[in-house]
Design a protein around this ligand. Structure first.
Ligand code: PDD
Length: 281
């Protein structure tokens, strides 16, 4: 079951007018929220980021946080899986095609749920391959916009190369992945690029840094150069759907010794423990 503009219905019955500005212009924002054992993970943080994205595109939030929470709860109970990922999407609504904002139009609100599947075991055991590419996106990557054409093209480059993710480089520095945040390890220290307008402020990214701080894992938030990425001891990717994974090959070359490293093992374990405590609480 999905939610669309006030009603719950089977996905097959959901209809959007072709003049929806999401369809015509990609004029909207979205969130992806993991659900573990029927509990949304870091909902408040996801709703805060949604507000940031809506502010970024100057679209009024159609719901209060309480209303969003209730909608999220209802979608979760209407879907069977214990673990789900929610896709929540707001567009500027339906209007005659004109780039400028329409007046007096209701935003379109859509929420769907899909089963959240654990990543293939092979990815956890051996890590995944990534490629690099030049980050040719716009300068507001902090907005989680539904207009994802650059991300789509960049990630397809990875798939075409038999890899899982594309690590993006802009002016000699690493920004993030096409659909994930990227961490690296140097001298046994976890390094993360600072949040700015060139990357999405990942919810998983925050969790990983909080866990590192809470467990005295040496870590630093600072700009990461392309050279450092290419000579990293370990590379990690994080996202709501992939959690935390080791990148063990970059552009066909092994990262470190080409196997998931000890920082990955530690953070992955801490992340799993953290999820369990949250689910119990
Ligand atoms: N993508 N950077 C980009 C460009 C992303 O698309 C994502 C997540 C992230 C990680 O953010 P978070 O930890 O909050 O999921 C970083 C989602 C999963 C998607 O578009 O499907």
């Amino acid at each position: 079951m999905i939610y669309l503009n006030g009603d719950f219905m089977p996905l097959e019955e959901a209809r959007i007018p072709v003049l929806d500005r999401g369809f015509i212009f990609g004029d909207g924002v979205y969130e992806v929220i993991p659900v573990y054992s029927h509990k949304p993970f870091r909902l408040a943080e996801h709703l805060l980021r949604l507000q940031h994205s809506l502010d970024g595109i100057r679209l009024q939030n159609p719901h209060s946080d309480d209303e969003w929470s209730r909608l999220v709860e209802q979608i979760i109970v209407r879907n069977e899986s214990d673990d789900q990922y929610l896709y929540l999407h707001v567009t500027r609504g339906v209007a005659k095609r004109d780039h400028a904002f329409p007046k007096g139009v209701m935003p379109t609100v859509f929420i769907m749920s899909n089963p959240l599947l654990a990543p293939p075991r092979e990815w956890l055991v051996n890590g995944v391959a990534a490629i690099t590419a030049s980050d040719n996106r716009w300068l507001r990557c902090d907005i989680k916009a539904i207009s994802l054409l650059p991300n789509v093209l960049l990630r397809q480059m990875a798939v075409d190369a038999g890899a899982v993710e594309t690590v993006l480089l802009r002016e000699g520095f690493m920004t993030e992945g096409a659909a994930s945040n990227i961490f690296m390890v140097k001298n046994d220290t976890l390094l993360a690029p600072p949040k700015n307008h060139l990357m999405l402020p990942g919810i998983t990214y925050d969790v990983v840094l909080e866990l590192a701080a809470a467990h005295n894992v040496p870590h630093e938030v600072r700009a990461i150069s392309e050279y450092e990425v290419r000579t990293a001891q370990e590379l990690l990717l994080t996202s709501s759907t992939k959690e935390i994974m080791a990148i063990t090959h970059l552009d066909g070359k092994p990262v470190g010794d080409g196997k998931p490293g000890s920082m990955f093992a530690l953070l992955h374990q801490l992340y799993q423990n953290y999820k369990t405590t949250i689910m119990r609480g």
